[in-house]
Design a protein. Structure first.
Ligand code: NAI
Ligand code: ABU
Ligand code: NA
Length: 503
């Protein structure tokens, strides 16, 4: 096993710029998924702590040191956070791997992305100053009008465990750039690095209450945010059932929500590809990176019949070559699943597929050389039909299911045969065909001749049951702004709608 000499910090809740013990004093153990050992614990917030954090956030908005900042001032905080993340990159990456099972390479890449995302929204915060007030010319002498873009208020950010600090950053950075006050509730399965973000905010002197971080169980620590009358918006990434609960609670208060939910994304491979191995590697990366725990994982391979056999042969060779180990070991390419619950869920999907008549072409079990930890072999499933669970449901593990097609029409029908609509990928050298698929795919993200590369300048989100609204890019900022129109009557003349009693 790879050794780490990084200690797990013992933190409290981060509220109003300081560490606070939860009112009920409860804690949740942190489990390292590669050893199944308890390595520390995190505070467990309850609705009492949520109330305190919401009050701190409201006060921050009312105070000049946060509520009256310009975008340029907020950008300074965001850049300072980015710099601290880079300064602590190696430690944060190790903590992320110990907590979530991510390979050290992927955790380090996440930390780079976290810093770059804070930098990006610092730029957008600065740009916001010149767009804060936009005059609108009505071509009328008697009215002067303009539009203000203001922070929306107190926002609740509820995030998952698959990219713990990165998913938090996709929401925290734009919310702070917009000037909102935020309450972040990371996943109870992986919260360590999000709590360290609290320490970073304290060190850079982010005004108290601008960002509060509450760890804890979802129904106890996050649900009260959805139903809180003083939380103005919820931005959520996670499962469909939880997204539905959040939307239902928020609907009672007509509270806006952004939901980034699951997926069962297709990767369609045509026989005109130039290089089989290049396409095979993208198919692999699209489903097995981050151990398949990616909302946009292209977990349905739809392959043209004419090259299916050769493609699968190559896919098998590449898959067998994947190094599965403790995520901190050098060159590890597949770590464990995040928790025992998720591990059992993935294995159940595989056994259900077998019971429904599919073939486990490769994998499907714990790797023989790893006796402890929530490890699942990269798994390839063939002889799949469209009524099977494995075709329809999100596994959130390293499990690829395969179907073949003959014609383009058949391929697009299979690709769109899902209740989800997050991402879709096509591999083909025919430019016009790629354009046809770009239009025909029912999803918010399209990858052409690749799968998964993600850039913070581009909108991220889906349609159908993958949710609505967008993280990232300028769209990721807009959702934290209130658009306020101001109409001023500038004429000295009376309005003269009613008859004046004086004449
Ligand atoms: N779209 C995505 O990126 C993700 C999708 N998932 C999917 O969800 C499945 C289950 O994973 P979970 O960790 O159980 O996801 P989840 O959706 O329950 O958890 C995500 C976040 O929601 C919070 N939460 C839980 N119950 C809540 C409630 N009633 N109100 C408000 N917030 C609540 C959790 O504490 C966590 O912070 C996975 O197998 C996968 O299919 C999970 C994580 C990320
Ligand atoms: N590459 C980032 C994926 C984000 C997500 O799974 O939600
Ligand atoms: Na953990």
């Amino acid at each position: 096993m790879a050794m780490s000499n990084v200690g797990i910090p013992c933190r409290q809740l981060y509220i109003d710029g300081e560490w606070r013990e939860p009112v009920k004093k409860n804690r949740i153990p942190i489990i390292n998924p590669s050893t199944e050992e308890i390595i520390g614990d995190i505070p467990a917030a309850t609705s009492e702590d949520v109330d305190i954090a919401v009050e701190a956030a409201r006060k921050a908005l009312a105070r000049d040191d946060w509520g009256s900042t310009t975008g340029a001032q907020r950008a300074k905080y965001l850049r300072a956070i980015a710099a601290k993340v880079l300064e602590r990159k190696s430690e944060l990456a190790t903590l992320e791997s110990l907590d979530s099972g991510k390979t050290s390479f992927e955790s380090a890449a996440d930390m780079d992305d976290v810093a770059a995302c804070f930098e990006y929204y610092a730029d957008l915060a600065e740009a916001l100053d010149s767009k804060r007030k936009t005059p609108v010319n009505l071509h009328l002498d008697s009215f002067k009008t303009y539009v203000l873009r203001e922070p929306l208020g107190v926002v609740g950010l509820i995030t998952p465990w698959n990219y713990p600090l990165l998913m938090a950053t996709w929401k925290v950075a734009p919310a702070l750039a917009a000037g909102c006050a935020a309450i972040l509730k990371p996943s109870e399965l992986a919260s360590i690095t999000c709590l360290e973000l609290g320490e970073i905010c304290r060190e850079v002197g982010l005004p108290p209450g601008a960002l509060n971080i509450l760890t804890g169980w979802g129904p106890v620590a996050a649900a009260p945010l959805s139903s809180h009358p003083h939380v103005d918006k919820i931005s959520f990434t996670g499962s469909v059932p939880t997204g539905t609960k959040i939307m239902t609670a928020a609907a009672q208060l007509v509270k806006p929500v952004t939901l980034e939910l699951g997926g069962k994304s297709p990767i369609v491979v045509f026989d005109d590809i130039d290089n089989l191995d290049i396409a095979v590697e993208w198919a692999l990366f699209g489903c097995f990176s981050n151990a398949g725990q990616v909302c946009s994982a292209t977990s349905r391979l739809i392959i043209q019949e004419s090259i299916a056999s050769e493609f699968l042969d190559r896919l098998l060779l590449w898959t067998k070559n994947i190094k599965i180990s403790d995520p901190l070991e050098e060159d590890c390419k597949l770590g464990p699943i995040v928790s025992s619950g998720q591990y059992e869920k993935v294995l159940k999907f595989i056994s259900n597929a077998k019971n429904e008549g599919a073939t486990i072409l490769y994998g499907g079990e714990r790797p023989e050389h790893l006796k402890k930890g929530y490890y699942v072999q990269p798994t390839i499933i063939t002889d799949v039909n469209t009524s099977m669970e494995i075709w329809k449901e999100e596994v959130f593990g390293p499990v690829l299911c395969v179907k073949t097609f003959k014609t383009e029409e058949e391929a697009i029908e299979l690709a769109n045969d899902t209740k989800y609509g997050l991402a879709s990928a096509i591999m083909s050298k025919d430019v016009e065909r790629c354009e046809r698929f770009t239009k025909a795919f029912h999803s918010g993200i399209i990858w052409i001749n690749c799968s998964q590369p993600t850039f913070h300048q581009l909108p991220w989100g889906g349609k159908k049951r993958s949710g609505f609204g967008r993280d990232l890019g300028e769209w990721g900022l807009e959702k934290y702004l209130n658009i306020k129109q101001v109409t001023e009557y500038t004429s000295a003349d009376a309005w003269a709608f009613y008859k004046s009693p004086s004449n």
